[in-house]
Ligand binder design. Structure first.
Ligand code: GLP
Length: 240
């Protein structure tokens, strides 16, 4: 299986072998892969080498470790298009998954200077601050912290927020959603967010801030979302 003359480092050959086994479904998603000791025997290499391969695959998100249980095959990440102004609910349904929401808090606050500037309102104005955990088939995917002008949505309810905010805006408020600007960056999960997302520390996350406007130009939301980096990859179609 290994070619010691090839010039390709042994740990990389082991990684490639495991990747191929995973791709072929020999080790299906969530299955336990052979232990370090078994792989050491199989390849006739040192345990250090096997460990290096496994650590790399864990870092790449192909495998995950569970303390005292072993190393398992990770699920494929969800591909999230960056082109359309879709809602979380729509994105999950599109994939045949059941969207879920846990409302953590729903309060009225005065926005900080940056949120006020993004929304084009003063700091004296009130905004709804909404914190929600979003689930796909009962598994946490993202946390959303949304800021919405109270003047635009005086009748926003907890019930609406447990479902789709965009459905509330379009079907109940009969407003037309227009466009948004998104900013995306990498970060390490904060302790609080790691708890919500059920990930260990340290874990990578992707932060996306979306500032969205109605078709008439009024900005209706600033949303700061924290996505699990082990569950998402982002896709954009680009042309020249
Ligand atoms: C996405 C966006 C948010 C938006 C939300 C609405 O997750 N990142 O900016 O507020 O969708 O989703 P829903 O209509 O399901 O509440």
């Amino acid at each position: 299986m290994l070619d010691k003359q090839s010039g390709i480092p042994i740990y990389i050959q082991i990684e490639d072998y495991l990747k191929e086994q995973i791709a072929r479904g020999i080790y299906p998603v969530k299955s336990l892969i052979p232990s370090e000791r078994e792989l050491t025997d199989l390849f006739g290499v040192s345990r250090m080498t096997v460990r290096q391969s496994l650590t790399n695959l864990v870092k790449d998100g192909l495998l995950y470790r569970e303390k005292g249980r072993g190393t398992f095959v990770a699920e494929e990440k969800m591909e999230q298009p960056l082109n359309g102004l879709t809602s979380f609910t729509e994105d999950m349904k599109e994939r045949g998954l059941t969207p879920g929401t846990k409302l953590i808090s729903f309060t009225k606050v005065h926005p900080d200077p940056q949120i006020a500037a993004r929304l084009g309102i003063t700091q004296e104005a009130l905004v709804h601050k909404v914190v929600r955990i979003r689930y796909a088939d009962d598994r946490p995917m993202a946390i959303e912290r949304s800021y919405l002008p109270v003047s635009l949505f005086p009748t926003l309810t907890e019930e609406a927020l447990r479902g789709s905010l965009y459905a509330f805006i379009e079907k109940q408020e009969m407003l037309v959603i227009g466009q948004a600007t998104q900013r995306m960056e990498a970060a390490l999960a904060k302790t609080e967010d790691a708890g919500y997302l059920q990930i260990s520390l340290p874990s990578a996350v992707v932060l996306i801030e979306r500032v969205s406007s109605l078709q008439d130009g009024r900005t209706f939301e600033v949303v700061r979302s924290t996505y699990r980096a082990d569950r998402y990859k982002f896709l954009s179609e680009i042309g020249r």
